[in-house]
Design a protein around this ligand. Structure first.
Ligand code: TXA
Ligand code: MG
Length: 318
């Protein structure tokens, strides 16, 4: 298993040697390596078992430093960056040559993010290269929100996990691109659409499509637990015995399923709290050995939209 600790010098030493580490951020934990080092980037793909056509997000510590590896920051992008970085926002910007095609899967844009986490920022300030980092889960599984989650799944493949505690936001960053002066959300995430629109006006939401070349990673069966997950409804009506059935609820318990088989995302109905709990609760239910898990959708406002997106992807069975 990997060493889990808060030693920034150790994390830097591992990164300098071309290896990858577990990186805490406010959204989810990342699997980070030197974005300028092809060997390190290759390692990220192999540790995650991630296909090469799914590009990585590049993390740095300040807006000034973004200019080290992008050719320009369009006006709308700069407005968003000034308002929400550091934070759960990823911007797609035209890349410089120092970002390899491996990082962007051949795309001319690079995804850029400044994590809002004190340990991540301290680490990024201590190195002279940005960090390429996808979420630190095996490809297709639920993203990790604690160092322990990372260790459970990738611990045998990496040396060090920087422990920044439980992620405050709990779902991945919102990804925003700029196409012919149009602002487009390619992944709903930890920054609510309403907040983005308050700065740049009405935006387009590029609804998921598994063949969408603009967001090659937005595959249908993402974030999926191992136990079959489906929506409470038709299928559940034919079940007579719910003793081995789990339930992931928004604010109220399901009346038919045993209470001890259920987890409630936020009893107060707070969408931010629900986001923070979402992946950890999915994991917990997945570990119980239930024959199936049911769930429900949340209100389509604020982070509810990103949560519903993740739940829908997790329930997709093909
Ligand atoms: O919150 C987050 O964004 C976390 C933390 C670790 O920063 N990272 C994360 O990375 O969620 P990952 O690799 O799991 O998801 C990145 C998504 C993928 O769907 C990928 O396809 C998309 O970003 N992406 C990356 N570069 C892109 C680009 N140039 N154009 C379009 N989509 C891109
Ligand atoms: Mg991911």
């Amino acid at each position: 298993m990997a060493i889990i600790g808060k030693n920034i010098d150790k994390a830097i030493e591992v990164l300098n040697s071309g290896e990858v580490i577990g990186l805490p951020t406010e959204t989810v934990y990342g699997l980070a390596g030197n974005a300028y080092n092809t060997e390190a980037v290759t390692k990220i793909f192999s540790v995650k078992n991630r296909p090469n056509f799914d590009p990585l997000i590049v993390h740095t510590s300040s807006i000034e430093r973004i200019n080290e590896f992008v050719t320009e920051i369009p006006e709308m992008a700069l407005k968003l960056a000034n308002k929400f970085m550091p934070g759960p926002l990823t911007l797609l910007l035209p890349k410089k040559e120092n970002i390899s095609d491996l990082v962007t899967s051949g795309l001319p844009t690079v995804a850029v993010r400044i994590p809002n986490h004190p340990l991540a920022i301290e680490l990024l300030e201590g190195i002279n290269f940005p960090l390429a980092a996808p979420s630190a889960n095996p490809f297709g599984y639920i993203s990790p929100t604690t160092a322990q989650h990372v260790d459970n799944q990738l611990g045998t493949k990496i040396q060090y996990i920087l422990d920044g505690g439980e992620c405050n936001v709990g779902i991945e960053s919102s990804i925003v691109g700029f196409f012919e002066n149009e602002v487009v959300v390619l992944r709903k995430g930890g920054l609510a659409i309403e907040e983005i629109e308050a700065i740049v006006g009405p935006i387009k939401i590029n609804e998921h499509s598994s063949s969408n070349p603009q967001a090659p990673g937005m595959l249908k069966s993402h974030y999926a637990p191992r136990t079959p997950l489906s929506f409470w409804g038709e299928k559940s009506f034919s079940i007579k015995d719910f003793s081995n059935t789990g339930f992931l609820a928004f604010r109220d318990y399901n009346h038919v399923i045993p209470k001890e088989n259920q987890l409630v995302l936020s009893e107060k109905g707070d969408l931010n709290e629900a986001a923070k709990n979402l992946f950890a609760y999915m994991r917990l239910l997945d570990s119980k050995g239930f024959s199936e898990i049911f769930t429900e959708l949340l209100p389509e406002i604020g982070l509810g939209r990103a949560i519903n997106d993740r739940i829908k992807r997790a329930t997709t069975q093909e």
